[in-house]
Ligand binder design. Sequence first.
Ligand code: BUJ
Length: 663
Amino acid sequence: LLRQCRVPRSTPTSGRLLSTSASNILDEHLLHRSPVHTEFFQASLPHLKVPDLNASVEKYLNSQRPLLTDEQFSATTSICQEFLKQDGPELQRLLLDYDKSNSDGNYVSDFWFDMYLRDRRSLVLNHTPFLAFSAATEQPDPLDRLTNMVYSSARYQLTYANRVLKPEVYFLDPKLSEEKFYQRMKMLSRIPGHSRLAWAAAYLHKAFPLDMSQYPNLMASTRLPQTGRDSLRRYPDSRHIVLMRGGRFYSFDIIEPDGLSVVPASTIRARLSECLADSRPAAEFPVGVLTSADRDVWTKERQKLAHASKTNSASLEAIDSALFLVCLDESQQTSDSALCHTFLHSGDGANRWWDKSLCLMAILPVGEFAVSFEHSWGDGVAVSRYFNEVFNDSNRRPGLSSGQSESLAADPVSVRRLEFDLDDSLKASIATCREQLSARTADLDLDFWQFDGFGKSSAKRAGLSPDSVSQTAIQLAYYWLSGGATAPTYESCSTAAFQRGRTETIRSATSATKEFCRLAGGSEPAPTNQLLAALKAASDAHSTLTKDAAMGKGWDRHLFALRCMSERRAGGAVPRLFTDPAYRKINEIVLSTSTLSMPAVKIGGFAPVSPAGLGVGYAIEDSSMGCVATAYKSSGRSSAEFMRCYQRACLLLADVIGKALDA
Ligand code: BUJ
């Protein structure tokens, strides 16, 4: 059963485009040429080990402590003790056996894919996040910038598909030059058996290669709705993109038929212009909104759509197999929160195809650009690699040289309009989905704030972890917002250091942050020296949790996998630990947080993961901090109120840290 749940493996797939050799491709069609092939480290990456059962239960109890009363905590402790004596050891053994028989090196990855693909809820707001691009170094015409981004994306695909995209490596030693590192790795590549040694050789240089198993699904891939459990499908031969505007679809090639070169940027621009020149009004029944429905509903509607006509099945095939989607939105609004709303959900969802693995969005009237991604296939680490490559390449080596845009010939024949034949039943479904999505998105409250008075450098100088300080600010904000409560908190942490690594949770509401909030959050905050000591304790506790999570030693994924084993165990009852109200409560995430600090990112965000929760995307730069908060109005929460508390918390922390640095 478990084997059936697997998604396709990530080894480079055969296919016309992929089987070309990079040596036949001119440099101008590639981002770069890696000295070692893209999967050089992949086979040697460490396997994620099943953590020790006692250690995970102890960590779980530590995370429960700040959320429970003494009485509740004592009940949960007894349940944990019972688990350690009864079901725990058997489930742990089953998990270890499963891990041993599973040669893929990651005991939780299949379950995690399954969690995403079995979720029947709409992808919109529940899963799909966005990341918006910073301004370009020069300010080109928005259509030129879009052309350059599409062109650089095609270069990315040729570079990846031909295995010359540099492996993703996290360098810890600032003195190590990348060039020297790769020279050495290239020497290693001549030694027989190097694929087993590659990771260890990098480790000796304090360089940590990261998992690249998600990369094949970034482009030329889609999620497909299916009853009960969706699937992921790849199209390694793909050379075209699909553009959406006003809910209508257009398709054109961005890689030449030889699979060796990118279509000239001037031609891509002409093809984009051709789509923009379509003077028809926006689609009355935009088919894309169906992809925002409950997955079982969409499965049925998609079947109807596909069977209704050959035109429909051809259009579906063109969308599914596209390298990526380009969505052009029309908004004239320039406020940060308006941008976030458009990029996160596009209002009525008429101009999106939520199943597509990667979507490049552009609001041409205001010159803003972003990507969103369907989350089941991959995480922020893989997407941010593409994001950075495209941002840098389109800035430094734009496909379109200046002045080129004026002399373009129109290229109508290469742009295919994708049409759909809709009967009354499909039209009615589209109208219903559109209404439902509009109601859901209208319920989303969103606020953005940027603070220039504090950043990474002050935190570091005070001996504090910048991320821990940000998380403490979020805790203090919530303490004020809720009148003194501590909430189940989720901070996403990548486990890409491991083969097929996805994420682990940092439970950043700790007893130490609770104590800090108690000291700082009252009407009379404690003296600065006490606050500093409490902040240091909170930072240290959070840093330990972060290291544990990144090393695959958090409790969340371990208990999640044990729960999956218990559900699959023949005849076994679900252990009390998983039915304990405290377990349910800690998994109803109120503060869902994620951070990404990169110069290429202007802003980014996601919606809350539970109806009464908050979504908190934040970044901490050298001397500034930024945050995007989301909440559902119907839950009575307000993102603006959270943000006011967060601002107050940041000011208080900046003050405490400033005093420490002055002393
Ligand atoms: O944890 C997981 O498994 C995946 C998480 C799920 N969740 C979002 C619910 C936490 N997914 C991610 O973390 C990916 C999120 C990608 C978007 C991150 C946005 C953070 C940047 C915000 C920048 C804010 C403003 C900057 C201003 C200078």
